[in-house]
Ligand binder design. Structure first.
Ligand code: FDA
Length: 582
C-alpha cells in the first residue's frame, strides 16, 4: 500500500525536543514533518530555566537573540528565597543561576552565552517558527497511533483529529519526542529503569502583581515552608515567576497515594493565598493541573529506525531545571547524525552513538533532579519542621531561631548550612556543562580521562580531550570578537589548528566531507589576543582538534603532524571511525 505522505524524518511532538529536532534538521536541509496532538503549542509555562549549553545550541541554530529578547534575564533570576510565605518571614536566600559573583565569573569564562528564564510557552513558538521558516512541515491536531518499520524506513499511522480519520506517513526515520507518556517509546519497546509516580504535584498558573514581595529580591523561585509543604511535591511549596512580577506558577504537592485533589478554582485560590500570605493582593487563577514526580530513564534511546528524545527517554521533576535543556540537547546530538547518514556521508552505525552518548546523561539528570528534592528536607529539619505537628508548632519552631540561646544559634547555623547546600540545585554549573561523551564517534587520543579538580556537579572544567565540548575562548578576526564556539557548528565538522598546523588544514581540505578549517595565531584568520585559547587548547600550536557539528571534540592530536601524509592518514582514519566506516 502506498503511503499517503513521504518524508525523510517524521517527528512526533512539538515540545522542546521535537521543535528543536525539527529546527536542527531544517537548518541542515533535511526534509522533516512534525505531527503534534493539539491544535496549539504549549499553553502553560512548564520548563523555563535555560542553561548556557542550551543557549549555545540555540546560538548555533540562529535563535539565541530572539530567545534573549523574550526571556527574563539572568540578573532577575537569582535571589532564590526560602520563606514562610511571600509576605511572611524570610528564612534565607541562595544566590542562584550564576548570580553568585564567583559563579558568575565561571559562567562568563565558560561560554559566550548567558543563562535565562524562557518559559516553555514562549520557547516553543521560537523554535517551531524558525523550523517552519526553514522547511519543516507542521501538522497540528495530528496524533501518532502506531508504526511498523522495515529495512528502508518506518510507516507511521497518524490520526487527523479534525477529520477523524487516519492516514500513513512513510519516513526514513522516526523521532518520538512525544513527552513523558511517550507512546513511541512504548511501541519501540525502549527498556526503562526507575519508576513513575513517585510523588504528586499540582501546578497553578495565576496573575497577581507581587512586585511588593519580589522586586527587592528578584528571583525565579520562592520556596515556601508552610504546613503541608512536605507532602508530595518537589521538596517545599514553590512560587515561580513566569513574567516579573505579575505572572506566576505555584507548585504544591499532594499525597500521591490519596490521589489528586479536586482542582476547583476555590482550591487553587486557597493554595495561592497560603503561599502569598497576603489576602489583599488581587489574584486571577488561570489554570491548574496535577502531575506526578517521576524518576525514570531509558537505557536505550532507539530501536532500528526509531529514536526517542526528551521526556520520552528521561522523566524527572523540574528541580535543577534540566527538562527542556536536556531535551533540546538530545535532539541537537541526534540531528547532525541523521543528516550525515541520510546524505550517505556516514554509516547508520553513527546513529548507535546517540544512545551511547545521551543515555548516561539522561540517567545522570534524572538522578540529580530527584536528589535535589531530598536535599530540601534539611531546611525543614533545621526548623524541626519535618515531624507531624500542628501549624502552631511549626510557627513556634520557626520563631525559636530568633532567641538569644545557644540552641537558637545552632539552629541558625543549621538553617544557613541547609539553605547554602541547595547550590546543588540552583548553581550546578558542572551538571550544565561537564558532559563528556564516550562512543564510537569519539576517537581516544591515548590520554587518561582528566577527571575533575573540583566537585563536577558544581564546577565546570573545560577540556579538549576527545569527548568534551569545545571550550569557549574569546578570539578575534580583524575588529570582530567571537567565541571559539562560533567557529564550529552549522552542521559541519571543523578542524582547529594554529601556526605550524598547515598539514592538518590541507588534510582537512582533502577530505570528501566539507570541513571548516580554523587557524588561530598571530597574523592568521583568527587571533588569540588574550592568550585564552593557548591556555585551553590542550595542544601545541601546530596540533589539531577535529570538532563535530555539535561542538564536541572528536579527535585531538597534541602536536604538529610530521608530514602531509601523516596528517592525512590520521585524519582520514579518525573520520572513518567517527562516521562509522571503520
Ligand atoms: P513535551 O512534553 O514538552 O512535548 C511532548 C509533545 O508531544 C507535545 O507537543 C505533545 O502534544 C506531543 N504528543 C504527545 N503524544 C503525542 C501523540 N501521540 N501524537 C502526537 N503528538 C503527541 N519542567 C520544568 O522544568 N518546570 C516546570 O514547571 C514544568 N512543568 C510542567 C508542567 C506540565 C503540565 C508538563 C507536561 C511538563 C512540565 N515540565 C516542567 C516538564 C517539561 O515541560 C519537560 O521536561 C519538557 O517539556 C520536555 O520536552 P519534550 O519535548 O520531551 O516533551
Amino acid at each position: 500500500v502506498e503511503p499517503d505522505v513521504v518524508t525523510d524524518v517524521l517527528i512526533v511532538g512539538s515540545g522542546p525536543a521535537g521543535a528543536s529536532a525539527a529546527l536542527a534538521l531544517s537548518t541542515y536541509g533535511v526534509p522533516n514533518i512534525v505531527v503534534t496532538r493539539h491544535a496549539r503549542l504549549a499553553d502553560t509555562p512548564r520548563a523555563h530555566i535555560t542553561n548556557q549549553r542550551t543557549m549555545e545550541v540555540l546560538r548555533d541554530l540562529g535563535v539565541e537573540d530572539e530567545v534573549v529578547a523574550k526571556a527574563t534575564p539572568q540578573h532577575l533570576m537569582g535571589d532564590t528565597t526560602f520563606c514562610t510565605s511571600l509576605a511572611g518571614e524570610e528564612l534565607g536566600r541562595v544566590r542562584s543561576w550564576g548570580n553568585d559573583p564567583l559563579v558568575q565569573a565561571a559562567h562568563e569564562l565558560a561560554s559566550p552565552t548567558r543563562m535565562c528564564d524562557m518559559p516553555q510557552h514562549l520557547m516553543e513558538p521560537v523554535l517551531i517558527d524558525a523550523a517552519v521558516a526553514r522547511g519543516t512541515h507542521l501538522r497540528f491536531s495530528t496524533v501518532y497511533r502506531s508504526f511498523v518499520q522495515d529495512a528502508d524506513g518506518v510507516t507511521v499511522t497518524v490520526e487527523d483529529r479534525l477529520r477523524g480519520d487516519t492516514y500513513t506517513i512513510r519516513a526514513k526515520y522516526l523521532i518520538g519526542a512525544d513527552g513523558g507518556r511517550s507512546q513511541v517509546a512504548e511501541d519501540a519497546g525502549l527498556p526503562m529503569g526507575g519508576q513513575m509516580g513517585v510523588a504528586g504535584s499540582i501546578n497553578i498558573v495565576f496573575d497577581a502583581d507581587l512586585t511588593k514581595y519580589t522586586a527587592h529580591r528578584p528571583s525565579t523561585l520562592y520556596w515556601v515552608l508552610a504546613p503541608g509543604a512536605t507532602v508530595g511535591g518537589i521538596g517545599a511549596g514553590l512560587v515561580r515567576c513566569v513574567r516579573p512580577w505579575n505572572e506566576w506558577l505555584i507548585v504544591w504537592g499532594y499525597d500521591v497515594t490519596a490521589g489528586a485533589p479536586d482542582l476547583t478554582t476555590e482550591y487553587a485560590e486557597s493554595v495561592v493565598r497560603k503561599l502569598i500570605g497576603d489576602d489583599e493582593i488581587p489574584v486571577t487563577v488561570k489554570s491548574s493541573s496535577a502531575w506526578t514526580v517521576n524518576e525514570m530513564y531509558a537505557q536505550t534511546y532507539s530501536n532500528g529506525r526509531v529514536f526517542c528524545a526528551g521526556d520520552a527517554t528521561h522523566r524527572h521533576p523540574p528541580s535543577n531545571g534540566l527538562g527542556s535543556n536536556t531535551s533540546i540537547q538530545d535532539s541537537y546530538n541526534l540531528a547532525w547524525k541523521l543528516k550525515l547518514v541520510l546524505d550517505g556521508t556516514a554509516s547508520p552505525r553513527l546513529l548507535d552513538t546517540y544512545t551511547a552518548e545521551r543515555a548516561p546523561i539522561g540517567r545522570q539528570i534524572v538522578t540529580r533532579a530527584n536528589k535535589s528534592i531530598g536535599e530540601t528536607a534539611p531546611v525543614f529539619e533545621a526548623l524541626d519542621g519535618l515531624a507531624p505537628q500542628t501549624p502552631e508548632q511549626l510557627w513556634a519552631n520557626i520563631a525559636a531561631r530568633k532567641d538569644a540561646t545557644e540552641a537558637a544559634e545552632k539552629q541558625r547555623a543549621r538553617l544557613r548550612e541547609a539553605i547554602a547546600f541547595k547550590v546543588y540545585e540552583f548553581n550546578a554549573h558542572g551538571v550544565d556543562l561537564n558532559q563528556r561523551y564516550t562512543s564510537e564517534a569519539i576517537v581516544p587520543d591515548g590520554t587518561p580521562e582528566p577527571g575533575f579538580d573540583r566537585d563536577p556537579e558544581l564546577y565546570h572544567q573545560p577540556s579538549t580531550r576527545p569527548g568534551a565540548r569545545l571550550p569557549h575562548a574569546w578570539i578575534t578576526s580583524g575588529t570582530r570578537t567571537l567565541s571559539t564556539l562560533d567557529t564550529v557548528g552549522q552542521g559541519r565538522f571543523t578542524l582547529i589548528t594554529g601556526i605550524g598546523g598547515d598539514h592538518w588544514t590541507r588534510a582537512a581540505e582533502a577530505q570528501d566531507l566539507a570541513i571548516t578549517t580554523v587557524v588561530i595565531g598571530p597574523g592568521r584568520q583568527y587571533e588569540d589576543p588574550y592568550g585564552d585559547w593557548a591556555r585551553l587548547s590542550g595542544t601545541a600550536d601546530g596540533g589539531a582538534l577535529l570538532v563535530r557539528p555539535d561542538g564536541f571534540v572528536a579527535f585531538r592530536h597534541a602536536t604538529a603532524a610530521a608530514s602531509a601524509e601523516e596528517a592525512e592518514r590520521l585524519l582520514t582514519a579518525a573520520l572513518r571511525r567517527i562516521l562509522g566506516h571503520a
